[in-house]
Design a binder for this molecule. Structure first.
Ligand code: ATP
Length: 588
């Protein structure tokens, strides 16, 4: 049996939360407005009858004119109110759904997200959810409004003449069959539409964010090709849809409007054999053949409805992604332990196998290893961006899966190799949604060696960061990210050390900032340059999918070949720098 929760309209109403009341009120208004459709038809019928029977007076004309005007005005008022209420409810619902999805995404493992492209998620959050507005603000109230009128008129016609009223319904099953066929076709083709749109969005995101690279390698025409292919596919899909849906739409309109073809000969026959009066004949010849045209606006409904349901299904798909929930308090002690961990991103190739590591509370450890050996993966597992496939990771003796995810994030600061700045003020970029005062933010920025620079900006801490942080150099961005982590003051610090961003002066400032940041914390640093080892108590070598050596610099240097080699290389490089500079005191 189909679960009630699977019903897309019920789901939409649930997502609308408190705004559901506006949606229900809008449907009620649409219904009442629809009831008043009958006024104009009754007015015209009464006038026709009076004229044909020669009893028409000024009172009858005025009375029916008032009836038609007033019912039309009331109908419009209720339909207008229905529109206002449905839009208020619909945009409230859209807001709730978007918030639910973004909050949900924050608790989803990166593994689940890796399978989706950013364009795909953007399409759901933007275009697909926007389609829900169609359903809530238009489709549902319009369906009620445009169906109520014809139903009321049909009931009225039944009171006048049952056989003719029933004959007037003949086109209806045909048009509903057509609408059903269009709905079925649209539901089938929509996954291709969504895929093409998601691809289109991904290409745009890639094109804009990779603009520097595109320019540097003169890739304009090549990437434009990708761009134009995506546009072409979009165009192809929608052309195909119009080709397939145009004929049924035309048939829908023609069949609805051809009621006269039935009503005139059949009504005429009834009139000639004396079973109906002339006014009843005219009523059916005119109104009885036209009233179904009231549902003409519904021709778009099947396509819109299919799109809305597709939007619901895709939003539900994201909301169904498993999230980290439950779990207890963050432990008092912050020692970190990896026990025999196995991890693979794709389920096929193991990045880590039987990997173990212990970092004591308050200890600083540097992860050293060749590129691609799994250093960043280790810190992503400790931060629970992904879950291990075998083994366990413990903090303070507690498996991180048993720690409340938000508490884990609260107590861990991560400084990424590539600092990401949001399009907001410098102040907000440091306090990241928190409520720290400017004084506290400045104190953190001072420790991160970036306060002087921020104060030299035209608007100081209120300076807006340009898109993708483009106003700041790599080193400045790095120090802003360090200021963020200093302000957060979490007991565990994970640092994917950046070197590319730093020129020598910047590096001195970054090193000082990192030193301040690390003070009194349990720290894991991914050491891309060996110089970082000097600020740590221990070094651990990541190679062959595991940690092969761990200990003080001297201990690891004694036992590990890789470490001996890179240390030698590091020293030679320093000697070259020493010779080039001719300085007396380069620190060894
Ligand atoms: N999201 C991902 N999906 C699939 N594979 C990944 C992902 N991230 C990393 N990898 C792969 O996992 C392996 C380890 O990558 P990782 O980034 O942990 O190495 P690293 O030691 O930090 O490298 P580097 O020093 O160059 O930053 C690499 O082979 C990499 O290609």
């Amino acid at each position: 049996m189909k679960n009630k929760r699977d019903n897309p309209v019920a789901l939409l109403l649930k997502w609308a939360g408190r705004d559901k009341i506006y949606l229900i009120a809008s449907v009620a208004c649409a219904f009442i407005g629809g009831l008043f459709t009958i006024g104009a038809y009754i007015g015209i019928y009464q006038l026709m009858t009076a004229i044909l029977s020669g009893t028409c007076t000024i009172e009858i004309v005025t009375g029916n004119a008032i009836l038609i005007t007033v019912t039309t005005i009331i109908r419009q008022i209720f339909q207008g109110a229905s529109g206002v209420l449905s839009h208020k409810g619909a945009y409230g619902a859209l807001f709730h759904v978007r918030c639910m999805i973004t909050e949900h995404l924050a608790k989803v493992s990166l593994g689940a997200l890796d399978e989706r492209r950013s364009g795909d998620i953007k399409t759901v959050l933007n275009e697909d959810i926007e389609k829900l507005e169609l359903c809530l603000a238009h489709n549902i109230p319009e369906l009620v409004s445009f169906l109520t009128g014809p139903v009321v008129i049909f009931v009225y016609l039944m009171t006048v003449n049952v056989p003719l009223a029933l004959i007037s319904l003949v086109p209806l099953p045909v048009v509903f069959l057509i609408m059903g066929a269009v709905f079925k076709y649209m539901s089938g083709v929509l996954p291709r539409v969504s895929k093409s749109l998601a691809n289109f969005n991904s290409v745009i995101i890639e094109y804009i964010s990779g603009m520097k690279l595109i320019k540097a390698y003169n890739m304009g025409s090549k990437s434009f090709r990708k761009f134009s292919d995506a546009i072409e596919e979009e165009n192809k899909v929608w052309n195909q849809i119009s080709k397939r849906t145009a004929p049924p739409y035309a048939a829908f309109i023609i069949i609805l409007e051809c009621g006269m073809l039935l009503m005139v000969p059949i009504g005429g026959m009834f009139f000639l054999n004396g079973s109906i009066t002339s006014s009843i004949f005219l009523l059916f010849a005119y109104i009885g053949s036209l009233y179904l045209a009231e549902i003409l606006p519904l021709q778009q409904l099947s396509m819109d409805f299919a799109q809305s349901l597709n939007g619901v299904a895709k939003a539900k798909g994201i909301l169904n992604l498993p999230i980290y929930q439950g779990g207890g308090d963050f432990p008092k002690q912050c020692d970190i332990e990896m026990r025999n961990v196995r991890f693979s991103y794709d389920g096929k190739v193991n990045v880590l196998e039987n990997c173990s590591l212990h970092v004591s509370d308050g200890e600083k450890i540097a992860l050293v290893g060749a590129s691609g050996t799994g250093k960043s993966t280790i810190i992503e597992l400790i931060s629970r961006f992904y879950d291990v496939q075998e083994g366990e990771i413990l903090i303070g003796g507690k498996n991180i899966k048993d720690i409340n995810y938000e508490k884990l994030l609260e107590n861990t600061s991560i400084v990424f190799q590539k600092a990401f700045l949001t399009r907001d003020s410098v102040l907000e970029n440091i306090r990241m949604g928190g409520d720290a005062t400017l004084e506290k933010v400045r104190a953190a920025a001072k420790e991160a060696q970036i306060d002087d620079f921020i104060m030299s900006l035209p608007d100081g801490y209120d300076t807006k960061v340009g898109s993708f942080g483009s106003r700041f150099s790599g080193g400045e961005k790095q120090r802003l990210a360090i200021a963020r982590a200093i302000l957060k003051n979490a007991p565990i610090l994970i640092l994917d050390e950046a070197t590319s961003a730093a020129d020598p002066e910047n590096q001195v400032e970054i090193d000082k900032a990192i030193e301040n940041l690390c003070c009194g914390k349990t720290v894991i640093i991914v050491a891309h340059r060996l110089g970082a080892v000097k600020m740590c108590d221990k070094a651990a070598v990541v190679e062959n999918h595991t940690i092969t050596a761990c200990g003080s610099h001297a201990e690891v240097l004694k036992t590990n070949h890789y470490y001996q080699k890179v240390w030698k290389d590091y020293q030679s490089a320093r000697d070259v720098a020493y010779a080039l500079k001719g300085a007396e005191s380069i620190e060894r």
